[in-house]
Design a binder for this molecule. Structure first.
Ligand SMILES: *[C@@H]1O[C@H](CO)[C@@H](O)[C@H](O)[C@H]1NC(C)=O
Ligand SMILES: *[C@@H]1O[C@H](CO)[C@@H](O)[C@H](O)[C@H]1NC(C)=O
Ligand SMILES: *[C@@H]1O[C@H](CO)[C@@H](O)[C@H](O)[C@H]1NC(C)=O
Ligand SMILES: *[C@@H]1O[C@H](CO)[C@@H](O)[C@H](O)[C@H]1NC(C)=O
Ligand SMILES: *[C@@H]1O[C@H](CO)[C@@H](O)[C@H](O)[C@H]1NC(C)=O
Length: 629
């Protein structure tokens, strides 16, 4: 309570100061409402929780905007049922005072949607959106369009030509600019009139998402010409032009350097690489990390609406149990894709023709059931190209069904030592290793809670049509019965993959996944199943064999005989084997974090360099899902 009031007071003092300072400077928060929408399809389940989450996250946004001198903020409250994600953006040309006042208008109008969990309000000056699941990276969505003024420009042809040229330039420049915002003006032919325009993307979309969104929005807004005013908008971006100035002259940005910057970009990358080669220690690693990050952003796909055509809500969809039952033909044997200790997976063809995978959990849920809803919500918010998407769920009595995207190529083990053996060349194998590493790094460090998989193995890696790996079954360990999670009766991992400290003592950390990942690398390279000496005491385990070969410097004997030696670079294979061995050190502290692994895989410098300098990077504020739930 105390801190809430002192926060209120602080804001009031701040506002007072600001309003005195800005009163004379024609403050205008530009609160003309352009577009609004409540997600009427999705009502909050538990209105109390929703109300609390909603108010908390809005207060958080306001705090960030008014206190941080920033025009953009996101916030989320996800620890109870009915999680809330909010995003707020002001046009950069607004003063912070105007931005806060636009926010206040938006946050009071958004209450209209209560208790629908999902809303958006778009103004000339700002944009507020709330959803029940993560959407911050979303570039496009339904509900996009344009709003055109009704006056024709006095010199229509000239105005249209200049406005189009300006908007085209903004479309090119904005994705390359820091903060994804640009404002500019262009003089008309006879010199007295001008056209003013801005473009802006939300800061949490990728560069390619920003490009894609502005391309769409350019097409929307172009329809308005030659009228004097137009606005175009989509989930991740906004454009506006006008014959009358709507931002101060000193707020224009210089976009010219960005218009022919395509070559400049790759030059920069060259210097970065050059610097990394000659550079030393920490600097080198940080640069490599930046480079990786940039590449990662580049390749990130633009979010599309999911395969069911639902767009606004991307939270967990509740399916009808009967529908899923009939879509799997009564869970028939021929629809079965696989089974594990606690579950069976079936292929299901929905009425609209879409194919999904349905996982049927055979657990006698007691206490676990209460966690189910929040767990599913959490998992369904995980979006990464190397992680299998959870689309929704259904339950009936004690039975729980999870609905996942379907992966036509099935699991990795089939391609290593199963019926599809010999189909993967070295490049595909390397890409698979890299993809798994990125997926795990996301789960451990980039998602807002650290999710430890606990059961990384080749049969849990699925392959999509392009042989991109997608990790399956993450976040489920929590749903397993308590007594199954430690060795006393069995543990969540699988023999041959499980880290010794977890198998023996039940010590769980993300390094358990690093270990499993190391074993998977060895399987990918050797095309052999990792057998455990505890199960087959007379045979040498894959890991032991790898160590022996490493010690005698005959790494390459490990490589799958179905691989053509001309097809791979021996030095690269050796490097990857080294990485596998460092991931499977018996001391957890000696194993790298998954983001360190990503750096090692994406760069040429030695593992030792990485290890030495990376102790500084790994974050010390980790939330463990076990502790926080
Ligand atoms: C809403 O959730 C809270 C806390 O999780 C719980 O105490 C309350 O009973 C729930 N209310 C309803 C109507 O389910
Ligand atoms: C949230 O804020 C609104 C507006 O300030 C208020 O009417 C409502 O009672 C608040 N809800 C909760 C649960 O605190
Ligand atoms: C143009 O729009 C304004 C409001 O934006 C409205 O008052 C006016 O009547 C409209 N004029 C025409 C000709 O439609
Ligand atoms: C420019 O064109 C507009 C519209 O035709 C006209 O009103 C204005 O006087 C012109 N200005 C000059 C400097 O020629
Ligand atoms: C921009 O110009 C306005 C007057 O139009 C002035 O009040 C403001 O301080 C200027 N801002 C900057 C950053 O120069």
């Amino acid at each position: 309570m105390g801190s809430y009031w002192s926060f209120r007071l602080m804001v009031m003092v701040a506002l007072l100061t600001v309003s005195i300072t800005f009163k004379s400077a024609n403050s205008d928060p530009q609160i003309t409402l352009l577009n609004e929408g409540c997600n009427t399809k999705y009502r909050a389940d538990n209105i109390t929780n929703f109300g609390i989450n909603f108010n908390k996250s809005l207060a958080d946004l306001r705090n960030q905007i008014s206190g941080g001198n920033t025009h953009f903020a996101t916030a989320q409250e996800v620890w109870t049922s009915d999680p809330v994600f909010v995003l707020f953006q002001c046009r950069d040309y607004l003063s912070i005072a105007d931005c806060v006042s636009c926010f206040d208008t938006a946050s009071s109008q958004i209450q209209e949607c209560y208790p629908h969990n999902g809303a958006r309000f778009l103004y000339d000056g700002c944009y507020l959106r709330q959803e029940a699941s993560f959407f911050f990276d979303q570039a496009t969505n339904s509900g996009n369009g344009q709003i055109c003024g009704n006056q024709t420009a006095s010199q229509p042809t000239d105005f249209q030509t200049q406005a189009e040229a300006l908007l085209q330039d903004l479309k090119l420049a904005t994705p390359q600019m820091e903060g994804f915002f640009a404002a500019s003006k262009r003089q008309l032919g006879n010199g007295s009139d001008a056209v003013y325009a801005v473009a802006q993307c939300t800061e949490t979309v990728s560069k390619s998402g920003c490009e894609f969104c502005l391309k769409q929005v350019y097409d929307y807004i172009d329809v308005c010409l030659p009228n004097t005013d137009g606005r175009g908008f989509d989930a991740g971006c906004f454009m506006r032009y006008s014959a009358t100035p709507f931002f101060a002259d000193n707020q224009t940005t210089n976009i010219i350097p960005y218009l022919r910057a395509k070559g400049g970009n790759s030059n920069k990358r060259k210097t970065i690489i050059l610097g990394a080669v000659v550079g030393v220690g920490l600097l080198l690693v940080i640069l490599a990390f930046l480079l990786w990050h940039q590449l990662y952003r580049k390749t990130k796909k633009i979010e599309k609406s999911n395969i069911f055509g639902t767009t606004e809500i991307r939270g967990p969809v509740t399916y009808n149990y009967k529908v899923l039952k009939s879509a799997t033909r009564n869970f028939s044997e021929e629809n079965k894709l696989g089974e594990g200790g606690f579950s069976e997976v079936y292929k299901a063809t929905m009425r609209n023709g879409k194919v999904v995978a349905v996982k049927k959990l055979n657990i006698n849920f007691g206490k676990a059931k209460a966690d189910f809803g929040s767990e599913v919500r959490l998992i369904s918010n995980v979006h990464h190209r190397n992680l299998v998407r959870l689309l929704g769920y259904a339950n009936k009595g004690a039975e729980l069904l999870l609905v996942y995207e379907y992966m036509a190529n099935g699991s990795l083990d089939r391609f290593l030592y199963g019926e599809k053996r010999g189909h993967l060349d070295w490049k595909k194998r390397f890409d698979i290793i890299f993809g798994i590493a990125k997926g795990l790094a996301y789960l451990h460090e980039q998602f807002h809670v650290c999710i430890i998989h606990r059961d990384i193995k080749s049969s849990n890696i699925l392959l999509d049509d392009d042989f991109q790996p997608k990790i399956a079954d993450f976040g489920l360990a929590k749903l397993l019965p308590e007594d199954r999670t430690h060795l006393s009766t069995g543990f969540a991992g699988t023999l041959g993959y499980v880290a010794p400290e977890y198998a023996v003592h039940g010590h769980l950390s993300e390094k358990v996944d690093t270990y499993g990942f190391g074993i998977v690398i060895l399987e990918i390279i050797s095309g052999r199943r990792s057998n455990n000496t505890a199960v087959a005491p007379l045979s040498v385990s894959l890991l032991d064999q790898a160590w022996k070969l490493y010690e005698s410097k005959t790494h390459l004997q490990l490589v799958d005989k179905t691989l053509d030696p001309k097809d791979y670079d021996a030095a690269e294979v050796k490097r990857v084997i080294d990485i596998a061995l460092i991931c499977t050190q018996s001391q957890p502290s000696e194993r790298p974090t998954m983001s360190e692994v990503v750096i090692m895989l994406s760069s040429d410098h030695s593992i030792e360099e990485c290890r030495r300098s990376n102790s500084n990077i790994s974050s010390d504020t980790k939330l463990y899902i076990e502790e926080t739930h």
